[in-house]
Design a protein around this ligand. Structure first.
Ligand code: FMN
Length: 184
């Protein structure tokens, strides 16, 4: 199975640091999964305004379509997910992620916005009919040292548990037919 790990930030390194830690824990639970990291900071983003899509956006859409599961890592911008991440979801076919497993992590500058992931990111993934794992992890600045290493042991435990459940969701999704019998 191909798993796409998406770092939705375009500025710093903390969201990516969390994602890399999740990658390590997933590998500990299942070495067979093919993990690929996609850093939004590497892409030339383009607003969905009806213009032809540039190469980076086409490549990003293809990676979403080809993947069998996802870990979405989002920074918190203005009490929400960043525009580039919402813009990416707007470009993806509603069928592309259907019945595929997804785990979510988010990083903010404060404690205040931990529910953004529950109230804003999860409903989008529910619309895509993803198999969203019941546990997610929210980190903030105090959980990191100056080199962006995660120094909070509870966060490590939560990320390990997230990875464990995600790997089980990957197994579950294998037996789930992706072709619906109802009218989408
Ligand atoms: C434009 C912008 C808006 C932000 N808004 C919020 C916010 O509303 N709440 C919050 O907790 N942190 C906010 N932050 C802090 C970021 O969430 C935090 O710096 C980011 O998650 C760090 O991750 P990174 O190092 O991967 O970029 C904001 C940062 C930026 C750049």
């Amino acid at each position: 199975m191909k798993i796409l790990l998406v770092d939705g930030t375009v500025f710093g390194r903390k969201t990516g640091a969390v994602l890399q830690q999740v990658e390590k824990y997933i590998q500990e639970y299942n070495k067979e999964l093919q993990l690929e990291l996609l850093y939004f900071s590497d892409l030339k983003h383009q607003i969905l305004d009806g213009s032809p899509l540039n190469e980076d956006m086409q490549m990003m859409i293809k990676k979403f379509e080809d993947a069998d599961g996802y870990v979405i890592a989002s920074p918190i911008f203005q009490a929400s997910i960043p525009g580039v991440l919402k813009n990416a979801f707007d470009m993806i076919s509603p069928k592309a992620m259907r019945y595929k497993p997804v785990a979510m992590v988010a990083n903010g500058g404060t404690y205040q916005h931990h529910l953004v992931i529950e109230n804003q990111l999860k409903p989008i993934l529910d619309y895509f009919r993803c198999l969203v794992t019941p546990n997610y992890v929210y980190t903030h600045s105090d959980h990191f040292d100056e080199k962006n290493n995660i120094i909070d042991t509870d966060v490590h435990d939560r990320l390990r548990e997230l990875a464990r459940v995600f790997v089980q969701y990957c197994e579950m999704s294998k037996g789930l037919c992706k072709e619906p019998v109802d009218t989408p």
